[in-house]
Design a protein around this ligand. Sequence first.
Ligand SMILES: CC(C)(COP(=O)(O)OP(=O)(O)OC[C@H]1O[C@@H](n2cnc3c(N)ncnc32)[C@H](O)[C@@H]1OP(=O)(O)O)[C@@H](O)C(=O)NCCC(=O)NCCS
Length: 126
Amino acid sequence: MQNLTSGELVIQVVAMPADTNANGDIFGGWLVSHMDMGAGVASRRRANCRVVTIAIESLNFIKPVSVGDTVCFYANLLKVGRTSMRFKMEAWTLSLQDTLPKKVAEGIFIFVAIDEEGRPCPVDRD
Ligand SMILES: CC(C)(COP(=O)(O)OP(=O)(O)OC[C@H]1O[C@@H](n2cnc3c(N)ncnc32)[C@H](O)[C@@H]1OP(=O)(O)O)[C@@H](O)C(=O)NCCC(=O)NCCS
């Protein structure tokens, strides 16, 4: 279903004029950065330690985002490895014109739990 959000709401923000591209829509890099931050919030909470992005495996921009839309970022934890966590991230917009939320982007983000020296450490520790 295109109008059903899923996962944990990790960031909610209004898209501003400063975030636009040359077409006047919201810049794709702004969306990616928020999806990355959202996965960072969820992975940090899951591992309860520092985390870093190691890979973005896929990314699809589905619909353009307009200035003034509220953009909601959802994190779905797909898999926990020894030191890594794999998330499906989704971005959805709410606008004053549309009654239903619209999925505008989705992607797979991989995070790694790291210790104080920046080395991978187990997600689940005693
Ligand atoms: C993240 C980092 C500490 C990992 O170090 P590393 O020695 O390469 O780690 P490993 O090879 O042991 O891999 C760690 C985990 O990531 C997984 N992994 C490694 N490369 C991957 C890739 N390209 N895609 C998906 N998973 C990957 C491994 O399978 C392993 O998972 P597991 O422990 O759950 O089995 C290091 O690569 C790094 O510091 N990268 C820069 C991170 C960064 O600056 N990110 C951007 C800003 S946050």
